[in-house]
Design a protein around this ligand. Structure first.
Ligand SMILES: [Zn+2]
Length: 239
């Protein structure tokens, strides 16, 4: 986590609250001694992970220049093991790196899969299952974003039947049903499709992975969809 941000913005009340959740390891500061060195999984719950992401995004929006992770110390801390507390399926778009959008999250905290259009194929599903089942990651976030090129391409395919070259056509094809579903909806078609696509990806993760469905039922994992706004930097989590 962003050391500078935390030192400047974390009040005593917050520290006490986080200590109560088992997130403060000793007197050296927040997240400075995560559990990964001993091979343990995170003690952060899905709801706590979601609150951490919301607070981190608020820091990024208000003071992005302060959100720089202390990677030198961070690297040494996590070198022998990882205990990430959130998994992401996000777009490959160069403007949407989850580690930066949530307040300068450090090494060892997020378990991230990225591809154009934030979709779930076998490799991504297996990655999420490994994260949830083996690494104990409590929260999975599907993060779409404003003006996504992959979604815009799917809108073009839906509207005109355009044939896209190489593997781009087959890659975009799974987004087309989301476009079709919102095609009669008021508003911007690409943005509506971005939201629908993220929701559908989240639903697919919940329903098509027996491992994750089991962990959801046991109260150990939550899956949420969200949209990142390229203009104002805000992440909107869908209910
Ligand atoms: Zn995109």
């Amino acid at each position: 986590m962003c050391v500078v941000c935390d030192q400047r913005m974390l009040g005593r009340r917050d520290v006490l609250g986080l200590a109560g959740m088992g997130l403060v390891a000793g007197a050296t500061g927040l997240f400075s001694q995560p559990a990964m060195a001993s091979g343990n999984t995170t003690s952060v719950t899905a709801d706590q992970a979601l609150e951490k992401l919301k607070a981190g995004n608020a820091r990024y929006v208000s003071n992005p220049q302060l959100c720089v992770a202390d990677l030198t110390n961070n690297r040494a801390t996590v070198a022998k093991g990882q205990a990430p507390w959130a998994s992401f399926v996000s777009c490959a778009d160069s403007r949407v790196p989850p580690e930066l959008l949530f307040g300068g999250v450090g090494l060892g905290e997020l378990f991230v899969s990225r591809n154009a259009g934030n979709m779930v194929d076998t490799a991504t599903m297996g990655t999420l299952e490994y994260g949830a089942e083996h690494l104990g990651v409590p929260l999975i976030v599907v993060l779409g974003h404003e003006r996504c090129g992959a979604v815009a391409a799917a809108v073009e395919v839906f509207k005109t039947g355009a044939k896209l070259p190489g593997s781009i056509g087959p890659m975009v094809k799974p987004i087309v049903p989301a476009v079709k579903a919102i095609s009669k909806k008021e508003g911007d078609m690409v943005d509506n499709a971005v939201r629908e696509n993220a929701r559908r990806t989240a639903e697919k993760i919940k329903t098509q992975s027996p491992i994750i469905a089991h962990l959801i039922k046991a109260g150990k994992v939550k899956v949420v969809a969200a949209r990142y706004d390229l203009d104002d930097g805000k992440v909107e989590f869908f209910a």
